[in-house]
Design a protein around this ligand. Structure first.
Ligand SMILES: O=C1C[C@@](O)(C(=O)O)C[C@@H](O)[C@@H]1O
Length: 252
């Protein structure tokens, strides 16, 4: 397994690592959330750029990323712009998406960058190279907020991410039935035997809760929990998540 190591954090072994999103719209809210997160039992922090009112000011984003990084020692920082097509907060041209990411890589401070699978070609491939040259880990991602694709499709997308040089391959899908949850879990278990990259999967909403708790058993390396406000349906408050992961832990 190609574990991903960021400072002391090892992703891809043991219990799933807990990520908590920062979802504020203003700088004041974002900083306040980061201060709250300092004392929460999470392993990494995701800043959701698409929810930030001033995301079009790339230099400001880069500056705030430095502040967040400094405020959160010991908690690697993941920067994510979630596009509207994949459940994000705002419309953004592809050119703006790439420019934002380029500025972050050049002037900002991030340990990890979320790059959507469907943005990974062309300029995306260049972004991957530039990020890696700076030691920034790439989490490649795909989201379906409507439905759960077939097991074959989920596996295909995750393996494609590995081919495109993702360090971590992530997919979040919406179940419409218990069978959909099983599909996601089966795909997770299948892909972990076919790739050496850590994978991250979740079946969203109440129905998919099992996928956010039993990642150690089925093969998902990160689980997202909420501080005050969640960034996707089904995220548990981080304190509850810690307890449940402990209970669900397989290998101790
Ligand atoms: O990709 C993900 C996973 C997620 O959608 C979830 O379902 O927990 C939450 C997002 O903030 C994150 O970027």
């Amino acid at each position: 397994m190609n574990l991903v190591k960021i400072n002391e954090l090892m992703i891809g072994e043991g219990k799933p690592k807990i990520a908590v999103p920062i979802v504020g719209k203003t700088i004041a809210d974002i900083i306040q959330e980061a201060e709250t997160l300092q004392s929460l039992p999470c392993d990494l922090v995701e800043w959701r750029l698409d929810l930030f009112d001033e995301v079009e000011n790339y230099q400001l984003v880069a500056d705030v990323s430095h502040r967040l990084h400094a405020l959160l020692p010991g908690k690697p920082l993941l920067l994510t712009f979630r596009t509207l097509q994949e459940g994000g907060g705002r419309a953004f041209e592809a050119a703006a998406y790439y420019e934002l990411y380029r500025q972050i890589i050049e002037n900002g401070k991030a340990d990890m960058l979320d790059l959507e699978l469907f943005m990974a070609d062309g300029q995306g491939a260049q972004i991957i190279k530039e990020a890696k040259a700076k030691g920034i880990c790439i989490i490649m991602s795909n989201h379906d907020f409507e439905q759960t694709p077939s097991q074959t499709d989920i596996c295909h997308r995750l393996l494609l991410m590995a081919e495109k040089q993702a360090d971590i391959c992530k997919i979040a899908v919406m179940p419409q039935s218990p069978a959909d949850v099983l599909t996601l879990l089966a795909a997770t278990n299948e892909v972990r035997q076919k790739t050496d990259r850590p994978i991250v999967t979740m079946s969203m909403g109440q129905l998919g809760l099992v996928s956010r708790i039993f990642g150690e058993i089925f093969g998902s390396a990160i689980t997202f929990g909420a501080a005050e406000q969640s960034s996707a349906p089904g995220q548990l408050p981080v304190g509850r998540l810690v307890e449940l992961l402990e209970t669900a832990s397989w290998q101790g």
